[in-house]
Design a protein around this ligand. Structure first.
Ligand code: 5GP
Ligand code: ZN
Length: 113
């Protein structure tokens, strides 16, 4: 079982900030900004490449959750970045789809390298 499925199953701990029947959100273990939350579907979807038509509502729901968390974390007005890495060139380390929510300080320009 992958590490994020283990977090979903509460087999390993995480600082959870949001949970419902479809989605979970928790603090990144190695934060890259003052606010760094990972928002994941509970379903094990490895990468963006594995998304199907049936996931459209789930992805929309994830963005509504991101919006809610950004407000709760106090970064909605100041701003934030939502980031998804895919496969090797995207720098994906955990092969369970996740959305990085980063903010709390100016993040600088989009970085390619
Ligand atoms: P990726 O590079 O796959 O887009 O991002 C994976 C993220 O998961 C990294 O930012 C990393 O710090 C985070 N991460 C890896 N293992 C764990 C863990 O066990 N718990 C938490 N909370 N975050 C993790
Ligand atoms: Zn998984």
């Amino acid at each position: 079982m992958c590490v994020f499925c283990k977090i979903v199953n509460k087999e390993i701990p995480a600082k959870v900030v949001y949970e419902d029947d479809k989605v979970m959100a928790f603090h990144d273990i190695n934060p890259q900004a003052p606010v760094h939350i990972l928002v994941i579907p509970k379903e094990h979807i490895p990468t963006v490449n594995d998304l199907e038509e049936k996931h459209k509502e789930l992805i929309g729901h994830i963005f509504m959750v991101i919006k809610k968390i950004a407000k709760e974390m106090g970064i909605a007005e100041s701003g934030y970045r939502v980031l998804v890495n895919c496969n090797r060139d995207g720098g994906q380390e955990i092969y369970h789809l996740h959305f990085h929510l980063l903010g709390g300080a100016p993040l600088g320009p989009m970085v390619c390298r």
